[in-house]
Design a protein around this ligand. Structure first.
Ligand SMILES: Nc1ncnc2c1ncn2[C@@H]1O[C@H](COP(=O)(O)OP(=O)(O)O)[C@@H](O)[C@H]1O
Ligand SMILES: [Mg+2]
Length: 340
């Protein structure tokens, strides 16, 4: 492949966290925080090493940034943008915008992003394909959309958020009262329907997938939640992902799972590929699952365009499969280019 001009597209929201927290009080949701070395820089560095010409482009939530993107000339967009103007549900609209502009871009398309974003829709599709996923109910501001006959404990979460936003440790509830309180809290803080799922006890397993015609499942990465403080549910809650400086954050680490029987590895990988295909993901993705003590596997969530930081689970898995970070970026570019 010759030298390509590649726009590295990423999103930034300028929020004053301190004042937001103060306005919402101590019951405010745990918010995302960003690191110094951002993933877009890592991707751009890799593209430079590969001989391409990366151009950084920030979608900052303004109309101006959209107009600038429309004018930016390139051979390919490396799409790292997940939100627009603090709206985490805008990922598919960004993809749609790129499609209208006639741009080639990496990762999942508009349709797949929509399917994966709506967790209730995703679960209905899994059921059709015989992919196991926790039983659930969905409601929005008191209106019930659908409900299985659920057993406590359940986990209460926004149907359309990401990054564990809205999923604190208190999301796992064991009584009607706690359930009502948590639903009320979500309705107050998020413009999203609420999903109530049966809580699945088990280990937290992530399977990265690469490819389109023949998607390859990467080695399994586990987020070890066993060292969370006593009394906290074993979940990748917002505190675990974003609560820097807390014990929950420090004591949870992701690593390649090396102790799994072959059948379990195969089951996790087959399930992940099936879920990736069912939701029409492209190029690369990560499927989050729970491995129950009896060996059954339940799909919790499918992530199109998963976080590509070199520290991320997806990159840990890619490294284990023998790919360097640069090779991984190259493969994603090639997959996107071949597809387009
Ligand atoms: N039904 C469930 N049973 C057990 N744990 C769950 C369940 N749903 C979510 N979790 C936990 O909460 C975490 C975040 O949930 P997830 O649906 O992946 O939200 P997000 O899209 O914000 O990442 C999961 O990684 C898992 O640890
Ligand atoms: Mg998740």
């Amino acid at each position: 492949m010759g030298k390509l001009k590649i726009v590295v597209l990423y999103d930034r929201v300028v929020v004053d966290e301190a004042s937001e927290q103060a306005a919402a009080g101590d019951k405010a949701p745990v918010v995302r925080s960003l690191d110094k070395k951002e993933v877009e820089e890592e991707v751009a560095e890799a593209l430079t090493k590969l001989g391409h010409e990366p151009v950084m482009y920030e979608l900052d939530g303004t109309q101006k940034s959209l107009l600038g993107l429309a004018r930016a000339d390139c051979d390919l967009v490396f799409n790292l943008a997940e939100s627009f103007a603090d709206d985490d549900t805008a990922d598919f609209k960004i993809a749609a915008f790129l499609e209208l502009l006639g741009r080639k871009y990496t990762g999942t398309g508009t349709h797949g992003l929509m399917l994966a974003q709506d967790k209730a829709v995703a679960k209905k599709i899994f059921a059709f394909h015989g992919i196991h996923t926790p039983t659930f109910a969905k409601c929005y501001r008191g209106r019930l959309d659908f409900s299985h006959d659920l057993q406590f404990p359940v986990i209460v979460k926004p149907a359309r958020e990401d990054g564990s936003i809205g999923i604190e440790f208190s999301a796992v509830v064991s009584s009607i009262r706690e359930l009502m309180e948590r639903m009320d809290w979500l309705h107050a803080n998020f413009e999203s329907p609420v999903l109530i799922e049966e809580y699945i006890e088990g280990r937290e397993m992530y399977v990265g997938i690469l490819g389109n015609d023949k998607p390859e499942a990467l080695p399994i990465v586990e987020l070890d939640l066993s060292k969370l403080p006593d009394g906290t549910p074993r979940i990748a809650a917002a505190e675990v992902k974003w609560g820097k400086g807390t014990k929950a954050y420090r004591d949870t680490k992701s690593a390649v799972a090396t102790d799994l029987p072959e059948e379990t590895v195969a089951l996790l990988q087959q399930t992940a590929v099936a879920a990736y295909q069912a939701l029409e993901l492209r190029d690369y993705g990560r499927v989050d699952m729970r491995l129950q003590p009896d060996g059954r596997v339940q799909v919790i969530e499918v992530n199109p365009n998963p976080w590509l930081s070199s520290r991320a689970e997806f990159c840990i898995a890619a490294r284990k499969s023998g790919r360097t970070y640069t090779q991984l970026v190259e493969e994603i570019v090639e997959l996107a280019f071949a597809r387009a």
